[in-house]
Structure formats: structure tokens, C-alpha cells
Ligand binder design. Structure first.
Ligand SMILES: [Ca+2]
Ligand SMILES: [Ca+2]
Ligand SMILES: [Ca+2]
Ligand SMILES: [Ca+2]
Length: 775
């Protein structure tokens, strides 16, 4: 739908202040930031530009390959930048140099920039402006508030400000308000504005002077005469005194000023405050112009009156018929929803969630933050025409379940239908691709791999399938034989000599034996057989496919014994609680990490996620690395401590005194967890992630692990090179279902993650996703 991308663009900067060349990064956000990618009339790729330098001004220049411009005329190239705060693409003064084929802008800040074909861009806004003018009636309200001396008695406690502030807050984004204060004279406090904060800041009622109502209405009529024709126009007049207008409807007397207001379709709403207000005149003004009139005995009543006025007069798009209750009025779904990049979406008024991604249409294209958009377009005669349209806020594509194509669905977690395994979290940024890796997206590859490789069941223990030759070399065998021969000779020697000689010979023999033993141990550790020894010590078992080794729960142990020895599982239940792996008994502390660090030659990464639930502290302790005999692996463990339990507290404190760091207990309940590990070198040329394992055990876990003994020390020859198995290149994806915990517990985890920036975590509902590696 968009023109061919002009990938051959080159870009450069002319220096501002500071060395911008070196400190600035330019990244294409094509097909990553979908709002920028979808800009109507886009030429080439949109770029995100960031710098760590301070500068006053920089020039951004594109060198254009004219042969690739297609239908776009060079003269029609226009720079836009994306104002994220206002959700608006802003046209920039673009310097065209056709001779040198460059297009430049001067800028004082960096952001997202792109080139568009000016004609296409403005034509799109012309089209967009056609939709709303008939139906859409935002409100323009001129608030005239009395600041005469008598107000000091009538509004001692500042109710005027409260009521006006609340009125301003109730404005929809397309409404606008002007502020006029008056006493003996009227003062324009603010012309029409959308800026609620600025308007509220300016509302500062005071008390002093007379009550010149006429001057206030004059100013209000003047201001309202200037607003665009599609606005409904209102004056909200508050006064506590005389009304210096000639009006008496009972005698058909109407002041010219009020007639003028009525002719301009301005409704005057009036509020008479206190006993001295000229309520009859105020009422006549309102009646003549079609407004409402109120009386307030005390200022306390003002807030309710302003609220009433607001409710009655704000044109609220949300009140239009919405058959499918998806948040979008039917007529907009049919006539089109314009977003800030000038794209127009059409959705089905009878279907809430057109693409079935868990987000209603109105959550993808939102009415909540709509705003007015004006584009002044110069025609060929040099005249400007203003086009107005209402812009909806784009969150994601209502017709695409994965808007940015990163594997995470717009509005719900991705779950495998047949197995029920959770494959990816809800996209935290549905229109901005996240976690790019190996020429693709992490979760896109992960989902594929999970579908093809996920293991759910444990199989057998790893068996030693090695001959002695596998870890004892020919030379060593010779040495051992020689050692035995030497032993025999030494024994003979001992037999024939005096006893005092024995110690020296004994020592010599020990040294030789010791050296041999070390050599043997070293070779065992380096051999494939060592994984068997390590995994059996830890009571690990292989998954059914033999992809990797995993820890088991006592439920797994019962299942294993029952199947292997034909004992019904029920009979094993009495022993169930006794069938614990030592990891359950041991708890966890920093000491294990230190051992791992040693076992991996520091090629490991560990981190802790803390949270608490009902006074009990929890930690998710996770780890990944290349562990010497088990190979590349990762773990997530759930531990807890209850410091109010005296026994636990004594144990923790005791252990902590010895190791100088925290000690935790393994939990006695289990929860659903998955764990996957990949290898992906940090290289631009890397085109895929290599799966080590995808482990989604059907039994819930308190501790999930996976080690692949085939991946250790070094990755053999990929792309014709040997790659070291660095922890950075090990990509971990774990999911832990915390549904068992309270909302507060998940909130405390969220707070912890927000504070600690060292984690790569996605909290999706009750599931926490733990990621690791160069992401
Ligand atoms: Ca609807
Ligand atoms: Ca949807
Ligand atoms: Ca969608
Ligand atoms: Ca996505």
C-alpha cells in the first residue's frame, strides 16, 4: 500500500554544537513503529534520531536518489516530525536543493522524522475533513465570572475557582474555553484554548470594583465571533449584582447586545449569586438566547450548577449509538476513523473485536483521546484553506491481531489451542515491535519453536553411556598400569627393607596417586559422561525427547517409580511428602550462585525478583549460563521467607551469619512455569535462534530448570567459525503463573521491577515473563 522504500537514502548531519556525529544514533523505525510506518504519502523510511549531546540547532539532511522517487515530484518532498505528546505529525519548513539532491530541515530537538509527498499528505487531510463537519459539534464556552467587590462576601471560600476548574476539566479534547473576568471593566484572561492546565492556572478570581456585566458579554461575543462555524457557542455568565443591560421580556425590551448574541447563535447561560443579583434580567438574557438560568443562594451551590451546564451542553461523541458496545459510535465505524498519520480505518459496527485479538475496536482506535486537527493547505493560487478533522488515537490496527508483527498479540496472551501452553505475553506496545533478535522478533521465533519442540513430560534419568577410553587417554591408561606395576615394586621393596624407610616411600607413592587422581577427575569433568554424574547427583531427568535435563518435583518422582516398578501411584502417596529432592530441603542462598559462578568460570548471570504477599516475602531467583558438567542451562526458582516464624528465622539468621548473605526456603506449593533457552550470537548476520530446549512441564513447578549437555564450552562451527558459548548469547524466556498470589503481590512485583532497571521483565496479568540475553 506504500511506495517502494527508498533504502538507498544516505543521511548526514551538519554539526550543531557538540559532536553530534559521534553521539547520535539514527535508527529506521520502518515496520517497527507502525504509526510512523503508516504515514500517508511516506517517502523512504521513517527514522528515530537520538543524541546524548546538548545542542542548540542541528541540520538534518537527506540525500535523495531521484531515480527512486517514482511519482513523487522533488518539489513535493516535505519533512514531518512526530510530536508524541500531542500525537501529531507536524510539517517542517523543508529546504529543497534540487541541484544537489538534498532535502534539509533545521531542528532544535530530535525525535522521529520522515519525508512525505506533500500532495498525498495534504490530500489525505482534505479527504479526512469531509467526515465530520455535518454531525460534529464541539463546544466553545466563554466563561464570564464576576470579580466585583461584593464577591468578597458572596464567595469567601473560592467556590468560583473550584466550579470553573471543574468545568474546564469536563471539556472533551475538541472543546475549547475562553476566560473573561469582570468588575468595573471586563478583562480577557484567556482567549479560546484547549489547554486545560493552562486555563486552570489562569483562573484567579479576585474581589474589587463594580459589576459591569455588559462589558463582559461584549468581550465574550467578540471572542465567540471568531471561532469556527462547527462549534456550538456558549456564554456562561456569573454575577452577584446589577445587570447593566436593557432587557425586560415582559415588555418586549431586548438590549441590542443580547440581540446580537442571539443572531450569532450564542446561548447565554446565567447564574445569579446571592440576594443582590438581578435574577429577572439574567433570566431574560438566558431565555431570549435559548440558554439556561440558575440562581444560587450561596457560592457553595456553584459547582453543581457548572456541572449541570457542562453535562447539558458538551457534545459527547460517546453518547452516539454504539450497537456492538465496542466504544466506537456506529456512524464513525462506517464513515471512517481518522488517525494522526492520516490513515482512515473502517470497522464493523456489529462486531466488537474485528480481528479477535482481545481488544475491542474502540480499544485499538480510541475515542477517549480524540482531538481536533487543523491543516492549513496552500492551493496553487497561493491561498490557504483550513481543513478540520477529528483525529482518533491509534493504539493498534483493528484488523490485525499482531499489528507490529513481533509475535505478541495486541490484546491477549498467545496460547497454543491444542496444548494450552502459553507461548507469548500480551504485547506491551502493540504498535511498536519489541525484542528484535537474529533478524527477526524474539517471540515470533519463540512461538514457532514452542509449537514444534515444546516438551511437557519427563523421561528417564541420564545413563552413563561411555567407555573408559572416552575420558582416559592411552597415555593415562599406560600411566595407571605403570602405577600398578610401581605399586607392586614398592611393596616388594617395603617387604625387604626396614620399617623406618616406609614413610618416605609412602609419600612418594601418594604424590603419584594424587596426581593421577586429579588428572582422572579433570578428564571426567570435561567428558560427556560428567553430565550423568552431575544430573544424577541433582536428581535431574531428561525430558521425553532427550532435549535437556530438568529438575523434578515429588509428583514426578511418584510417577516415575509407579511406572517403572508397576506400583500403583496411590500406594506411593503415603511416602509422597518424603520424596523430596535435596533442592527442596536445602532452600536457596547466595552460596549456590557463588558455586555456579565458579562452575561456569563466571560465564553466568543471576538475578532476583522480590515481592511480598500477606507479610510473607518471596523471591524469584533466576539464572542462566554454561555450567561446567551440565552444559548451557537456566533456572527459575520460587523461594520464600516468613520472618515471623521463629524456626525459619533462626535458620535464615544462622545460615546468613555463615555465608554473609540472604537465605530463603523453597515453597511447599507449585505453580505453572515454562522455560526456554536459545543460543543466538550477537551479530548483524545472525539469522536465527538455535533452540536448546523448550520446556513446558505439565506438572506445576516450584523450581524449573533446563540444562543441555550438548551445548557447552564452545559452540562448534556456525557460519564457518567456532563461537564461545557466552552468557550474553544465551537467550532465556521463562514464564511464571502467579495466579495463586493476591493482586497486591503482583503489584509489589511490578513496583520492584519499575524501580530495578536490571531486569527484562514483562508482567502480563498474573503471568511474569523473565527474559535474558542481548535483547
Ligand atoms: Ca461500535
Ligand atoms: Ca481487536
Ligand atoms: Ca489488533
Ligand atoms: Ca505485537
Amino acid at each position: 500500500r506504500f511506495r517502494e522504500y527508498l533504502r538507498d537514502f544516505t543521511r548526514y548531519f551538519e554539526e550543531g554544537t557538540g559532536n553530534l556525529q559521534k553521539t547520535t544514533t539514527i535508527e529506521s523505525v520502518m515496520n517497527k513503529d507502525m504509526l510512523c510506518t503508516g504515514v500517508v504519502g511516506l517517502v523512504g523510511e521513517p527514522f528515530s534520531i537520538e543524541t546524548t549531546s546538548e545542542y542548540d540547532k542541528a541540520t538534518l539532511t537527506y540525500v535523495i536518489d531521484k531515480s527512486k522517487l517514482g511519482d513523487t515530484k522533488f518539489d513535493n518532498l516535505l519533512f514531518l516530525w512526530y510530536d508524541e505528546k500531542k500525537d501529531e505529525f507536524v510539517e517542517l519548513e523543508t529546504i529543497l536543493d534540487e541541484e544537489n539532491s538534498t532535502v534539509s530541515i533545521n531542528t532544535t530537538h530530535f525525535s522521529k522524522y520522515m519525508l512525505v509527498d506533500k500532495k498525498e499528505w495534504f490530500d489525505a487531510w482534505k479527504r479526512a475533513s469531509l467526515y465530520f463537519e455535518d454531525d460534529y459539534e464541539p463546544l466553545a464556552a466563554a466563561i464570564c465570572y464576576d470579580c466585583s467587590g461584593s464577591m468578597s462576601g458572596n464567595d469567601r471560600n473560592g467556590y468560583r475557582k473550584l466550579a470553573i476548574d471543574n468545568f474546564i476539566d469536563s471539556m472533551t479534547l475538541t472543546d475549547k474555553t475562553a476566560l473573561i473576568s469582570f468588575e468595573s471593566i471586563a478583562k480577557l484572561v484567556s482567549g479560546f484554548s484547549y489547554d486545560k492546565e493552562e486555563l486552570k492556572r489562569r483562573v484567579e478570581p479576585y474581589n474589587g470594583g463594580g459589576t459591569n456585566v455588559r462589558s463582559a458579554i461584549e468581550e465574550a461575543v467578540k471572542q465567540l465571533s471568531k471561532v469556527e462555524h462547527w462549534y456550538t457557542r456558549h456564554i456562561i455568565l456569573l454575577s452577584d449584582g446589577d445587570v447593566n443591560l436593557k432587557i425586560d421580556l415582559s415588555k418586549n425590551v431586548v438590549d441590542d447586545l443580547i440581540k446580537q448574541a442571539a443572531e450569532k447563535n450564542i446561548k447565554i447561560h446565567t447564574i445569579g449569586l446571592g440576594s443582590d443579583a438581578d435574577n429577572q434580567k439574567l433570566k431574560d438574557c438566558a431565555t431570549y438566547t435559548g440558554g439556561d438560568s440558575f440562581t444560587a443562594a450561596t457560592a457553595e451551590e456553584l459547582d453543581a450548577i457548572y456541572k449541570d451546564l457542562s453535562k447539558k451542553n458538551h457534545f459527547d461523541l460517546k453518547t452516539l449509538p454504539d450497537k456492538d458496545k465496542d466504544g466506537l459510535p456506529d456512524e464513525f465505524e462506517v464513515s471512517g476513523l481518522v488517525i494522526s498519520n492520516a490513515q482512515i480505518f473502517y470497522t464493523d459496527p456489529e462486531v466488537q473485536d474485528c480481528d479477535g485479538d482481545g481488544l475491542f475496536d474502540g480499544q485499538e482506535i480510541s475515542i477517549d483521546n480524540i482531538r481536533s486537527q487543523y491543516k492549513a493547505v496552500k492551493d496553487s493560487d497561493g491561498f490557504y484553506t483550513t481543513y478540520n478533522s477529528v483525529v482518533f488515537k491509534y493504539i493498534a490496527d483493528a484488523w490485525n491481531e499482531d499489528t507490529d508483527g513481533d509475535g505478541m498479540l495486541d490484546g491477549k496472551p498467545c496460547i497454543d489451542i491444542t496444548s494450552g501452553i502459553v507461548l507469548a505475553p500480551t504485547d506491551p506496545e502493540p504498535s511498536n515491535g519489541n525484542y528484535k533478535i537474529a533478524n527477526g522478533y524474539l517471540f515470533k521465533s519463540h512461538k514457532e519453536s514452542m509449537k514444534n519442540n515444546a516438551q511437557t513430560k519427563l523421561g528417564d534419568y541420564l545413563k552413563l553411556d561411555l567407555e573408559l577410553e572416552d575420558f582416559v587417554s592411552v597415555e593415562m591408561q599406560k600411566e595407571i598400569e605403570e602405577g600398578i606395576e610401581k605399586d607392586r615394586q614398592i611393596q616388594e621393596l617395603l617387604d625387604s627393607y626396614d620399617i623406618w624407610f616406609e614413610d618416605i616411600i609412602e609419600e612418594e607413592r601418594d604424590e603419584q596417586k594424587k596426581a593421577l587422581l586429579y588428572k582422572l577427575l579433570f578428564n571426567i569433568i570435561r567428558s560427556n559422561g560428567s553430565a550423568t554424574i552431575g544430573s544424577n547427583l541433582l536428581m535431574f531427568r531428561q525430558d521425553v525427547a532427550g532435549d535437556a535435563l530438568h529438575s523434578q518435583t515429588n509428583a514426578d518422582i511418584v510417577e516415575y517409580i509407579s511406572t517403572k516398578y508397576g506400583i500403583p501411584a496411590e500406594k506411593l502417596i503415603p511416602f509422597y511428602n518424603k520424596l523430596n529432592t535435596w533442592q527442596i530441603l536445602g532452600g536457596y542462598n547466595q552460596f549456590y550462585d557463588d558455586v555456579f559462578k565458579w562452575g561456569t568460570n563466571d560465564n553466568m548471570y543471576a538475578n532476583n525478583l522480590y515481592f511480598s504477599d500477606n507479610g510473607i516475602k518471596y523471591v524469584l531467583w533466576y539464572w542462566r549460563g554454561d555450567y561446567l558438567n551440565l552444559g548451557a542451562g537456566s533456572e527459575i526458582g520460587l523461594y520464600y521467607r516468613n520472618d515471623s516464624n521463629p524456626v525459619q528465622n533462626a535458620i535464615s539468621t544462622g545460615v546468613e551469619k555463615i555465608i554473609g548473605d540472604e537465605h530463603w526456603f523453597s515453597t511447599d506449593f507449585k505453580i505453572p512455569m515454562t522455560l526456554s533457552l536459545y543460543w543466538a550470537p550477537f551479530l548483524p548476520s545472525a539469522d536465527k535462534m538455535y533452540p536448546l530446549y523448550n520446556w513446558a512441564p505439565e506438572n506445576p513447578q516450584w523450581w524449573i530448570t533446563g540444562f543441555d549437555p550438548n551445548w557447552k564450552n564452545k559452540v562448534d562451527c556456525i557460519n564457518g567459525m567456532d563461537w564461545p558459548l557466552m552468557k550474553e548469547n544465551l537467550i532465556m524466556i521463562g514464564s511464571v503463573d502467579l495466579s495463586q498470589f493476591s493482586e497486591d503481590a503482583i503489584d509489589s512485583l511490578r513496583n520492584y521491577v519499575d524501580r530495578e532497571k536490571t531486569h527484562k521483565i514483562i508482567i502480563d496479568g498474573n503471568t511474569v515473563w523473565i527474559l535474558g540475553g542481548h535483547l
